[in-house]
Design a binder for this molecule. Structure first.
Ligand SMILES: Nc1ncnc2c1ncn2[C@@H]1O[C@H](COP(=O)(O)OP(=O)(O)OP(=O)(O)O)[C@@H](O)[C@H]1O
Length: 226
């Protein structure tokens, strides 16, 4: 059945770091399949907002719903279930450097409840194909370039077919040419139906791919669709 519920919606949400308000009265929605950039100066609250949405930072005031989970009420025991419906990609790749690509991906599948080895193997082959690294399964992270490592991280985020990817400066450590390739990959993933909320400082990237923009500015989130 067609489900028109947004994948992310915030109502009167206040984003805190400890007892300090970083963003006031945040209200926006992201629909299934949307691509949204999150911009704003250093320290304006982009990472804090993303962390709140993937339930790493407690939402103390207001409400937010992400992939069907009410974030202000989410129990610690429900967090793994939320994390199966979303994918998270950071600037620093956060791969296990002492495990090969296959082992890095297998670890996530095991941690999220997969048990059928044949299905696990097939899913890993699928996501690696999707990010253009079909033959990298047995490589160690240090044998891959920065861009390739980020592709592995993106493939890891795709394993459980998330409704949305939260990406925090995913190209921050990459040179412009590689950044453009990674952006293209995010665009392809988005075309296939996954919503994306991407924090970035990279205005070239936004020029190359005009999309909806949310801006953290002076303690508020402004939306260019308002
Ligand atoms: N773990 C933390 N504990 C306390 N304060 C924090 C913490 N992380 C961030 N802050 C503060 O919260 C505010 C927002 O930071 P945040 O990292 O969300 O901004 P940002 O827009 O993502 O910045 P950048 O573009 O540099 O990553 C800043 O004033 C920052 O100093």
């Amino acid at each position: 059945m067609f489900n028109a519920e947004p994948v992310v919606s915030l109502q009167n949400a206040f984003i805190y770091q400890n007892d300090r308000i970083v963003l006031n009265d945040v209200n926006f929605t992201i629909n299934k399949g949307e691509f949204v950039f999150l911009i704003g100066r250093t320290g304006s609250g982009k990472s804090s907002l993303l962390k709140t949405l993937y339930a790493d930072l407690w939402l103390q005031q207001g409400s937010a719903k992400v992939a069907g989970y009410q974030i202000e009420k989410i129990k610690l025991s429900d967090r793994p279930f939320l994390r199966r419906k979303i994918g998270v990609v950071f600037q620093d790749f956060q791969l296990f450097m002492d495990r090969n690509v296959n082992e890095n991906l297998m670890w996530v599948l095991e941690a999220t409840g997969w048990t059928d080895r044949a299905k696990m193997k097939a899913r890993i082959a699928e996501v690696l194909m999707q990010v253009g690294l079909a033959s990298a399964k047995d490589k160690m992270p240090h044998q891959l370039s920065g861009g390739e490592q980020q592709r592995v991280v993106i493939s890891r985020a795709l394993l459980n077919e998330p409704q949305i990817l939260f990406a925090d400066e995913p190209t921050g450590n990459l040179d412009p040419e590689v950044s453009a390739q990674i952006l293209q990959l995010f665009k392809d993933i988005n075309k296939a139906g996954t919503a994306i909320l991407m924090a970035t400082h990279d205005f070239d990237m936004i020029r190359q791919f005009p999309a909806r923009i949310l801006k953290c500015d002076n303690g508020y989130v402004k939306s260019d669709d308002l």
